[in-house]
Design a protein around this ligand. Structure first.
Ligand code: F6R
Length: 241
């Protein structure tokens, strides 16, 4: 694992976008694994700028998002579908058919998870996976548990995560209790991983993930075993390293 610490959220966003742009320049049909949440918003803004001003070309890029809430339609403003179109996809020239996000309305969730994995395998696997990290050390929606989980699956969100994500909803009761997420196995199969974290509320999770035992109680700690993983942090998130 390589750890880079930068001065600010802006610097983190620019550096992250440059890493993604470099990947796309090296391989036009790159398969990107994408995250939602607050952390990558600055990177998505930078990538939008790079597309508009420097003609960064997403026309052959394929994307697979980490997760989606169960029970939310794609046009629900709280859904991760909506988030991705609002914050990135509508601003760049990615082809809609090349974007993949788990189906939050799937009637047969097990089949939907299997199909997602199969689509990912058909695309050749993720070249570059972007991750945020939860305050409890989750990656995707892989919550702290007694064991590391496998491929894309349905999860029950932890109380911590429901509370943390309530900021995006009118009330905590509105936060869905379940989601579909890529599993730890899916994430670990990515050829390269870029984890982003900013702010002091992520500092404990970063310390546990980067320096602690490899323990399913801190799902991100498994990244210590990935052969090509970067942690890109601001000073606050890195304060306990
Ligand atoms: C989002 C995701 C989550 C977030 C994490 C951090 O697709 O998979 O693991 O990356 O909850 O969220 P923020 O960035 O909002 O602090």
């Amino acid at each position: 694992m390589e750890i880079y610490v930068v001065d600010s959220y802006e610097a983190l966003s620019t550096r992250a976008a440059l890493i993604v742009a470099g990947q796309i320049c090296a391989k036009a049909d790159t398969v990107l694994g994408l995250a939602t949440g607050s952390t990558p918003l600055g990177m998505y803004r930078e990538l939008t700028e790079m597309h508009k001003k420097q003609k960064l070309d997403f026309s052959r890029v394929i994307s697979f998002n980490l997760d989606e809430y169960l029970g939310l339609a794609p046009d629900n403003v709280q859904s991760y579908h909506y988030f991705m179109w609002e914050n990135l996809f509508q601003h760049i020239n990615i082809r809609p058919e090349n974007t993949h996000i788990p189906d939050g309305l799937a009637a047969d969730t097990d089949a939907a998870c299997l199909q997602y994995e199969q689509a990912l395998q058909r695309a050749g696997g993720v070249d570059l996976q972007i991750l945020g990290i939860g305050r409890n050390g989750h990656i995707g929606f892989n919550e702290p548990s007694s064991r590391f989980t496998g491929p894309t699956h349905v999860v029950r969100l932890s109380e911590d995560t429901i509370k943390a994500n309530a900021r995006f909803f009118a009330s905590v009761e509105e936060v869905p209790t379940h989601a579909i997420t890529m599993g730890i196995k899916t994430i670990m199969q990515a050829k390269k991983i870029l984890l982003l974290a900013n702010g002091k509320e992520k500092a404990q999770a970063i310390k546990a993930a980067a320096c602690g035992d490899i323990d399913p109680a801190v799902p991100a700690s498994i990244l210590q075993l990935h052969p090509d993983c970067i942690f890109l942090l601001d000073r606050e998130a890195a304060q306990y390293l």
